[in-house]
Design a protein around this ligand. Structure first.
Ligand code: GLY
Length: 393
């Protein structure tokens, strides 16, 4: 029964993509506006400080390409593959972008998926360029190494900090290690995962959004937030990025300890989310229950849990996590699909940034992508990317 539900959601996604494509020109959607229309920006907008404030730029463009590829897998219609190829031409220059960790978010769903589906080396080589940029962001300190998330590396503000989101950019490095037969990509990713475990994860397995380090000594200076409600709060999407990243780190390294850590982080996420299975945008917003939700966090977690289930050496745990992923996806399909024609997104009630009042109670491009990725993992396993292989017990 859930299979029908999931396939229908993928069909809705495919229909909306074809309707929206001719309206976009060279821009890419990122959040829906109150009217239901997409807000868009060109792929070329990089991250940086503008008048002293930070802007993430366009880290969404690869997700649109990923959705086109998923629509191709679902329908078999070559039109989608052609559109994805054309869109990748616009995204490609970002592979040289040294300003941000987001090259992982940009090229994992786009070039790497296109390479997996078609075997075309052009896509693989493009993703490898991006992976080199991400690996360069590793900052070495006497206490370990971390990947700097935001900003040009020569800017001290960027060098000294890292965000939990970076964990979900690591799959680009892990993929590159296999593609280029260069294990140093895995070592860089694992170094970051190790430092993140020490610096970002509290004793109750909640996470900080961002950490500032002393670059000279590697000491942790402070935890802070950019998109959460307070420095000491737990931002559910950050928690979701951590779960996703540790599952993929377990897959890349074969180490059970990262799988166990992902389970603890997921337990925390599910306990704080409660039976609705879609969290408020921040677990600790004092305005709860009068606060917006963030459906994208649950989409990311559902995708991570499917991989966790595939990797888990214990049958019972594997079944439990898979069931949990399916339950989340069923809730999203039944209660959060944007079925009305005016609303151009797929998944309602995402929250890009409440503190910046951007994309609140909206569809958000990453929510749509991770939702579709998870649906694909459930009903078209192995087609978008290889299903992870079970770890040794
Ligand atoms: N920058 C990633 C996020 O907004 O979750």
């Amino acid at each position: 029964m859930t299979d029908r539900l999931f396939l229908d959601a993928l069909d809705l996604c495919a229909r909306k993509l074809l309707e929206d494509e001719p309206t976009l020109g060279v821009s890419f959607p990122y959040v829906t506006l109150p009217s239901g229309a997409w807000a868009t920006m060109p792929a070329s907008v990089s991250a940086g400080y503008r008048d002293g404030s930070w802007s993430h730029g366009n880290w969404f463009c690869g997700f649109w390409v990923g959705l086109l590829l998923i629509a191709y897998l679902r329908t078999g219609d070559e039109k989608y593959l052609h559109l994805a190829d054309q869109r990748l031409l616009l995204v490609a220059p970002r592979a040289g972008d040294g300003n941000t960790h987001d090259v992982g978010f940009i090229f994992y769903p786009s070039a790497i998926a296109a390479h997996h589906i078609t075997g075309d080396k052009r896509y693989g080589d493009l993703a490898l360029r991006a992976a080199n940029q991400l690996r360069r962001r590793l900052i070495m300190t006497p206490k370990g190494s971390y990947i700097s998330s935001w900003g040009p590396l020569e800017d001290e503000r960027g060098r000294r900090s890292s965000a939990i989101d970076t964990m979900a950019n690591l799959p680009l490095l892990y993929w590159a290690a296999a593609y280029d037969s260069d294990a140093s990509f895995v070592l860089a990713g694992e170094a970051h995962a190790t430092m993140t475990r020490t610096a970002f994860i509290r004793s109750d397995y909640s996470t900080y959004h961002a950490i500032e380090f002393d670059v000279a000594t590697g000491e942790r200076r402070r935890g802070f937030t950019f998109q959460g409600s307070a420095d000491e709060s737990c931002w559910p999407r950050g928690q979701a990025w951590a779960i996703y990243g540790y599952v993929r780190t377990a897959e890349a390294t074969g180490k059970r300890e990262y799988l166990e850590l992902a389970e603890m982080l997921a337990d925390y996420y599910l306990r704080r989310t409660g039976p609705d299975l879609v969290p408020f945008w921040d677990f600790d917003d004092p305005a709860i229950p009068n606060a917006p939700r963030d459906s994208s966090a649950s989409a990311i977690v559902a995708s991570a849990l499917l991989d966790l289930a595939a990797l888990h050496p214990d049958d019972q745990s594997s079944t439990k996590w898979r069931r949990q992923a399916f339950d989340i996806l069923a809730v999203l399909c039944r209660g959060y699909l944007a079925t009305e024609p005016r609303h151009r997104g797929l998944l309602r009630d995402g929250c890009y940034s409440k503190p910046h009042n951007e994309g609140v109670a909206s569809a958000v491009m990453f929510g749509d992508f991770f939702f579709a990725e998870a649906l694909c993992g459930a009903v078209l396993p192995g087609r978008l990317r290889a299903t992870p292989r079970r770890l040794r017990s």
